[in-house]
Ligand binder design. Structure first.
Ligand SMILES: Cc1cc2nc3c(=O)[nH]c(=O)nc-3n(C[C@H](O)[C@H](O)[C@H](O)COP(=O)(O)OP(=O)(O)OC[C@H]3O[C@@H](n4cnc5c(N)ncnc54)[C@H](O)[C@@H]3O)c2cc1C
Length: 434
């Protein structure tokens, strides 16, 4: 088919989730001609829409913590960053703080070392500090995490946790889809174009170079660079053309459930809420508005994970098992919690690498780039990741290897090694998903 001029683009982005939208904004601001495609009829309706939207600055390594810290300053200045006027409805960052319970399994120590390495502020809290700030929690040690069918789960606890790490600057964005819409609107103001209900079915080549894509309706679009930011669909999309052949990192799709549990009456979470990372019970939760908790799993091996082969085929309803497990665990930490009758929540897919770090890289094909394995941590970093992807694409299009030069944060003096996000890295063994 003859490709008309209107079908030529400099950078084509597959996926209008929070990552694709952020990359579109950074590239368009930098003067590139950008077209974003999404198979859905709305922006941010993929895994972004299922996200808990937690924006916390702790991580397993210093660079990830620094990236989150840089992104946090963007979330705190969202309107200014987007260049949005007062009439635009924007996603809101709610600062509620984040507390990691120190269960003695090394996770809190690792997070403390990472934050110290990144120059990120945090407080070490004793048991008395924790009880003073959040008297509605029972800080007994209930762990290690157990099945609720295990009699030991119900045993009376005898010991208390020893303390925790608190970052007062952390919080959440309650409407992740709106955040992606905000990014895309800003990208469009900067000149990016968007085509919804447009499904990419194949990539077009000239030799070993990807030169465009073909859509489900047969339309062919040409581009100098194609960035695939298709969330849980990315692996399947690029595997078919052999683009994962040289990857040293394996990725997989994991079904994740977040449940919605009303807070005890009289507890105002707008004032007293916190994001709690509870490795003792293998849950983490944040306030949902002022009157409920949004609860997810920490991914401890004690709980089975559900791996999904086809990202279009998975049960999208909250399961009775997850519901029971998470509400009962939450009820151990919050003795006044009532067990609700209605099962409410959201189910989504994590697209995760075996070492829980994302892949932001080119592929073995010139012109083809990926932003994948972002779950469940990269919503928070998305505003900076867009800039990082711009850097990767620009550097490679200029014939240089992006991993040999640092990416400079646009909001701080920090320099980042993009080798950490390479498809060719050796999987890190010290990473955790939380
Ligand atoms: C349950 C859950 C909880 C999470 N909680 C947090 C959290 O608290 N904090 C945090 O930082 N991160 C969290 N994450 C991770 C974060 O939400 C994701 O990393 C992020 O939203 C991924 O965005 P994305 O743009 O890469 O992917 P997506 O949002 O999935 O977007 C990909 C887009 O690509 C489109 N697409 C797919 N295939 C095609 C195709 N063939 N052609 C055209 N378009 C296509 C899809 O329609 C979709 O819109 C969570 C994730 C999940 C699932």
């Amino acid at each position: 088919m003859d490709v008309g001029l209107e079908n030529r683009t400099e950078v084509l982005i597959v996926g209008a989730g929070v990552i694709g939208a952020s990359a579109a904004l950074a590239l368009a601001k930098s003067g590139h001609d950008v077209l974003v495609l999404d198979r859905n009829s709305g922006i941010g309706d993929g895994s972004t829409g299922a996200s808990a939207g937690v924006i916390r600055v702790h991580a397993s390594d210093a660079q990830s913590s620094a990236l989150a810290d840089d992104a946090l300053s963007v979330w705190n200045n969202w309107r200014e960053f987007l260049g949005a006027d007062e009439s635009e409805d924007l996603a809101r960052f709610v600062r509620c703080g984040s507390l990691i319970l120190d269960t003695g399994n090394g996770f809190a120590d690792q997070a403390a070392a990472a934050m110290s390495g990144a120059g990120v502020a945090f407080d070490k809290w004793t048991l008395a500090d924790m009880s003073g700030h959040f008297p509605y929690f029972d800080f007994h040690r209930f762990g290690p995490p157990r099945s609720v069918d295990d009699e030991a789960f119900w045993a009376e606890p005898t010991e208390f946790l020893r303390g925790g790490l608190y970052t007062s600057q952390s919080g959440y964005v309650g409407d992740p889809t709106l955040a992606a819409v905000n990014l895309m609107r800003a990208a469009q103001r900067a000149g990016a174009r968007l085509r919804l209900s447009a499904t990419v079915v194949s990539f077009d080549f000239e030799g070993d170079r990807v030169v465009g894509v073909t859509l489900g309706d047969g339309i062919t679009l040409r581009a100098e660079a194609v960035l695939v930011a298709a969330g849980p669909h990315t692996d399947r999309l690029i595997r078919g053309i052999g683009a994962t052949a040289d990857f040293r990192i394996r990725t997989r799709r994991i079904r994740e459930e977040l449940i919605h549990v009303p807070a005890p009456s009289g507890l105002d979470l707008a004032l007293q809420g916190v994001h709690l990372v509870d490795g003792d019970l293998n849950i983490n939760f944040r306030p949902e508005r002022g009157d409920a908790f949004l609860v997810g799993s920490n991914g401890d091996r004690a709980d089975e994970q559900t791996f999904i082969q086809d990202p279009d085929v998975f049960n999208q309803l909250v399961s009775a098992d997850a519901w029971e497990r998470m509400t009962l665990r939450l009820a151990r930490r919050i003795p006044d919690l009532g067990i609700p009758r209605v099962r409410m929540g959201v189910v989504g897919l994590y697209d995760a690498a075996e070492d829980w770090l994302p892949i932001y890289d080119r592929t073995c094909y010139d012109g083809l780039f990926v932003a994948m394995a972002t779950s469940g941590t990269q919503f928070k970093t998305a505003p900076i990741v867009g800039e990082l992807l711009r850097y990767v694409i620009e550097t490679e299009l200029n014939g240089r290897d992006h991993t040999t030069e640092p990416f400079r944060s646009p909001v701080s003096d920090r320099a980042y090694s993009t080798a950490q996000f390479s498809r060719l890295r050796a999987p890190r063994e010290d990473q955790s998903r939380g």
